[in-house]
Design a protein around this ligand. Structure first.
Ligand code: ADP
Ligand code: MG
Ligand code: ZN
Length: 564
C-alpha cells in the first residue's frame, strides 16, 4: 500500500506536531518508530504496555496523512475522551456512536462532506451500518485500538471486531492495530483476523513497568490481608479486583467501615451508577474501588497508587493488564495478589466447563499455569513475568521475592507422599480428605472408605495439616495435581508428576512464613464523646493491657485508633 512518505522526514514532521498539538517535548519509548511507520502507510501491529501512549501512535500519523483515518475503539467513553482531547487541541475529529447528540452527528457528517475531518472514531457495532458512508468518505487508513478485542482468547472479545478485516479489504487502505496484550496466540489471531494473513510490521516494546512493586501472598486471612494492605496505604487511590460481584460489594463495605472512601463496581450495576464510580475515581484522590474485571479499559487515571487482587486473576495476561493500571505516571506503585487452592480450583473449572474446543482449553490451562508459576515463584517475579512476554531481565529489586528471598525446602518426599495418597485413594478425593489420610486422622469418611488401612495412612503425621495444605496448593500451582470436573473436583495426578513419583526428579517448595508470627489478640477500649479525660483513658488502657498481657488500644468512635 502507499509508502510514499520518507520515514525520516515523517519523524521531523511528527516531532513538530508532537509539540504543537500535544505539547509534549519527546516521544516515549517506541512511539517515534511506530508513528513513522504508520504515517508512511505501512501496516503495523504495535504491542505496547498500558500507559505507553498508544493513542498518539495513530492520532499523530492521521494528521500527517491526507484524508480521514478511521479509528475503531471498543468503548464509547474512550472514544469520547479522545475526541474531546483532540478537539481541544484544535484537531477536527469526531465519533459516531450511540451516545451522540444529533448536533454531534451532524457535525461529523458536515466535516466529512467538506473534507476537513481527520479522525473518525467509530463504535464497532456501527461497522456494518456505516459501510456505505465509509465507502464514500475519503478513508485513507484504519487504526484499531485495543486490537486484542478481536481475539476470543481474552475476556475482552468483541464479536463486532470480526468485521474489521473485511472492511480493510473493501476499503483497500493500510491498517494499524494497537494492544497491550502480548502473548503469541493473541498476536497470531490479531494478524489472521485483522490483516487477512498479510504480515504487518510488528513493534513489541518494553513490557517492564519497573515502578510497579510486585507481590503475591497465599490466602490466609483473605479479607484482613486486603484491609491491611489498604490500611498501610491510606489516602492513596487503589483498585481491588475481586472474583465475584458479591465480593466487590462486601469488600467495599468493609473498606468503608475501616474508614476508607470506597465503592463497588461491577457489570451488574446500572450504566449510570458505573459511570458515577468512574467519574468519582477519576477526580477524587484516595478512592478505593472494589471491582470485577469490568472496571478496566475505561480507567485512565495516571496516579493509581496500588492494585490488589482479592482473588487470583484468570491468566498472566489479565494479571499484567490489571496491575498495569497502577503507576501510569511512572511514580512508585504497589500491588498484592492473593491466591489459594480454591482459586486454582475455580479457574480450572471455569476453563473445563467453558465451551471452548479442547485445544483451546489446553492453552488456557497453560496460561493459568504461567500465572500460578508466577504466584509460586521462588525467585524474582519480574524476571519470570518478563520471560513469559519474551523479555530477559536481571533480578529487579522491586518485588517481594527480591525484598525477602523465600525459605524453601526439598519437597520431594512430601510430594511423593501426597501423590501416593492420591493414587491409593483412586484419584477420587480433594485435598481435605487426602490430608486427613496423610496425617492419620481417622474421620468417619476415612474409616468408611477403609482409608485408615492404607499404607499411606499417617505417613505424613510429622507435618501439620496447615503445611500439607501449602504442599497441595503448590502441587496444584505447579500442575502436578489437577481437579477433575467430572469427579466433583477430585484431585488427579498429571503427567508432569510422573518423574517425581518415579524418583527421577526432585522439587523445591516454598515454606510459607507470612503467618509464622500470629497477630496478637488486641484489646480495645471504645471511647465516644462522653469519654473521660484522656489521662483516665490512659490509665484504663494500661490496666487492660497488663491484665490481658496483650497490646491495648483506645478506639474513638470517629474510628481513629491510638496506641497510648
Ligand atoms: P495507552 O493507550 O498505551 O495505554 P495512552 O495513549 O492512553 O496510553 O497514553 C497514556 C498517557 O500518556 C496519556 O495521558 C498521554 O497523554 C500520555 N502520553 C502519551 N505520549 C506521551 C509523550 N510522548 N509524552 C508525554 N506524555 C505522553
Ligand atoms: Mg489506549
Ligand atoms: Zn524482583
Amino acid at each position: 500500500m502507499d509508502g510514499t512518505v520518507d520515514p525520516a522526514a515523517a519523524t521531523d514532521a511528527a516531532r513538530d506536531l508532537l509539540a504543537s498539538v500535544y505539547g509534549f517535548a519527546d516521544f516515549r519509548p517506541g512511539q517515534a518508530e511506530i508513528v513513522a511507520a504508520v504515517a508512511a502507510g505501512q501496516e503495523v501491529l504495535a504491542i505496547l504496555p498500558t500507559g505507553a501512549g498508544k493513542s498518539l501512535c495513530f492520532q499523530l500519523p492521521a494528521l500527517m496523512r491526507p484524508g480521514v483515518t478511521l479509528v475503531v475503539s471498543p468503548l464509547i467513553a474512550l472514544m469520547r475522551d479522545q475526541v474531546r482531547a483532540l478537539q481541544a487541541a484544535g484537531v477536527v475529529a469526531g465519533a459516531l456512536t450511540s451516545a451522540n447528540t444529533d448536533a454531534e452527528t451532524d457535525a461529523v457528517h458536515a466535516a466529512l462532506a467538506d473534507g476537513t475531518l481527520r479522525l473518525l472514531y467509530l463504535a464497532p457495532e456501527r461497522l456494518v451500518s456505516a459501510r456505505t458512508l465509509l465507502a464514500r468518505a475519503n478513508v485513507t487508513a484504519i487504526a484499531v485500538d485495543e486490537a486484542h478485542c478481536v481475539s476470543q482468547w481474552g475476556h475482552d472479545f468483541r464479536p463486532d471486531y470480526l468485521q474489521i478485516g473485511a472492511l480493510r479489504k473493501s476499503l483497500g487502505v493500510p491498517l494499524a492495530a494497537f494492544t497491550a496484550t502480548a502473548d503469541a496466540e493473541t498476536r497470531d489471531e490479531i494478524v489472521a483476523r485483522l490483516f487477512d494473513g498479510a504480515q504487518p510490521r510488528v513493534f513489541l516494546h518494553g513490557f517492564d513497568r519497573p515502578n510497579i512493586h510486585l507481590a503475591f501472598a497465599a490466602k490466609d486471612r483473605p479479607r484482613a490481608q486486603i484491609l491491611d494492605f489498604a490500611a498501610a496505604r491510606r489516602g492513596q487511590s487503589g483498585i481491588v479486583y475481586c472474583g465475584t460481584r458479591a465480593k466487590t460489594e462486601g469488600l467495599a463495605r468493609a473498606m468503608a467501615e475501616a474508614g476508607h472512601p470506597a465503592c463497588a463496581y461491577h457489570g451488574g450495576m446500572e450504566a449510570e451508577a458505573r459511570r458515577a464510580v468512574e467519574t468519582r475515581f477519576a477526580v477524587e484522590d484516595g478512592l478505593i474501588v472494589c471491582a470485577t474485571v469490568a472496571f478496566g479499559m475505561g480507567v485512565d487515571k495516571p496516579d493509581i497508587r496500588w492494585v490488589a487482587h482479592a482473588d487470583l486473576p484468570k491468566s498472566i495476561e489479565s494479571y499484567y493488564q490489571e496491575i498495569g493500571r497502577a503507576g501510569r505516571d511512572g511514580a512508585p506503585a504497589e500491588t498484592l495478589t492473593l491466591f489459594g487452592a480454591d482459586d486454582i480450583r475455580l479457574r480450572r473449572s471455569q476453563i473445563d466447563e467453558g465451551l471452548a474446543p479442547p485445544e483451546r482449553k489446553d492453552a488456557d490451562h497453560g496460561r493459568l499455569n504461567a500465572l500460578l508459576g508466577l504466584a509460586e515463584a521462588l525467585a524474582c517475579r519480574r524476571v519470570q513475568l518478563l520471560a513469559y512476554f519474551g523479555e530477559t531481565a536481571e533480578p529487579c529489586g522491586n518485588c517481594d521475592l527480591c525484598d525477602t528471598p523465600p525459605l524453601t525446602f526439598d519437597g520431594t518426599e512430601s510430594v511423593r507422599m501426597a501423590l501416593s495418597a492420591v493414587l491409593r485413594t483412586g484419584e477420587w478425593f480433594g485435598a481435605g480428605h487426602l490430608i486427613d489420610v496423610l496425617t492419620g486422622k481417622a474421620t468417619p469418611k476415612v474409616r468408611e472408605r477403609g482409608h485408615d488401612a492404607l499404607p499411606t495412612f499417617g505417613v505424613g503425621k510429622a507435618t501439620p495439616p496447615r503445611d500439607w495444605q501449602d504442599v497441595f496448593r503448590q502441587m496444584m500451582g505447579r500442575d502436578l495435581l489437577r481437579p477433575d470436573p467430572e469427579r466433583h473436583g477430585a484431585l488427579r495426578m498429571t503427567d508432569a508428576a510422573r518423574p517425581l513419583l518415579r524418583g527421577e526428579a526432585t522439587i523445591e517448595l516454598r515454606r510459607e512464613t507470612a503467618r509464622a508470627a500470629p497477630r496478637p489478640a488486641v484489646k480495645a477500649l471504645v471511647a465516644d464523646e462522653d469519654a473521660p479525660l484522656l489521662s483516665a483513658l490512659k490509665a484504663q488502657r494500661r490496666a487492660l493491657a497488663e491484665a490481658a498481657r496483650v497490646p491495648a488500644y483506645v478506639i474513638f468512635t470517629d474510628r481513629t485508633l491510638v496506641e497510648m
